[in-house]
Ligand binder design. Structure first.
Ligand SMILES: Cc1cc2nc3c(=O)[nH]c(=O)nc-3n(C[C@H](O)[C@H](O)[C@H](O)COP(=O)(O)OP(=O)(O)OC[C@H]3O[C@@H](n4cnc5c(N)ncnc54)[C@H](O)[C@@H]3O)c2cc1C
Length: 155
């Protein structure tokens, strides 16, 4: 389909990319701090998160946590019921021996206490619960909320 490459032959299929990442489950806390050296934080795909948004999200959690500690304040806890927190809990808490980089998905966010069959309703509840948790953290940190349509808001 690419002009000039009509007669190209595939010698071998390649891989789009490869990630290099640390063994976060044995090294990091959910705030991306090194367990053995709590003054050192990691962020980005080196922690085992995958993707642009996820890498930025891990940097946000690590940065907020570190800034609070530097200022002598208690850092907020991003729980596994939020997308921001779920990524940190995944990379720091994975229990198997085959730890692999992970994108954010509803699958790694803590499910509702009461099982909900409808996927749409379940996801809506998870999103609302996460938004409320993140907005509380924002209030505590003095970061003004930003109202948009639910479907546009990220958690
Ligand atoms: C081909 C390709 C396609 C992708 N497509 C997508 C996509 O469609 N969607 C998506 O969400 N994600 C995609 N990704 C993944 C995404 O790019 C990464 O997850 C994300 O950029 C990681 O961000 P990061 O800041 O953690 O690391 P990086 O963006 O890799 O940034 C690390 C930086 O550190 C610098 N650095 C390294 N070593 C040193 C050193 N010793 N001193 C100083 N600086 C150093 C590097 O030069 C680099 O600038 C893709 C990745 C690749 C390779």
């Amino acid at each position: 389909m690419i002009p000039g490459l009509e007669k190209a032959e595939f010698a071998r299929y390649g891989r789009m990319h490869r990630n290099t990442y640390i063994a976060s489950p044995s090294l990091l806390g959910p705030d991306y701090r090194l367990l053995k050296h709590p003054g050192v934080y990691f962020a980005g795909q080196i922690t085992g998160v995958e993707g642009y948004v996820e890498s930025a999200a891990s940097g946000l959690v690590a940065g907020v946590s570190m800034a609070c500690r530097v200022l002598g304040e208690e850092p907020p806890v991003f729980g596994a019921d939020t997308a921001l927190g779920a990524l940190g809990h995944y990379v720091s808490g994975y229990a198997g021996s085959d730890f692999q980089p992970m994108n954010i998905s509803f699958g790694i966010i803590k499910p509702p206490e009461i099982p909900i069959k409808s996927k749409r309703a379940r996801h809506a509840l998870i999103a609302e619960r996460a938004l409320s948790a993140v907005e509380s953290i924002g209030d505590r940190l003095g970061i003004a909320g930003h109202e948009t349509g639910t479907e546009e808001r990220h958690v």
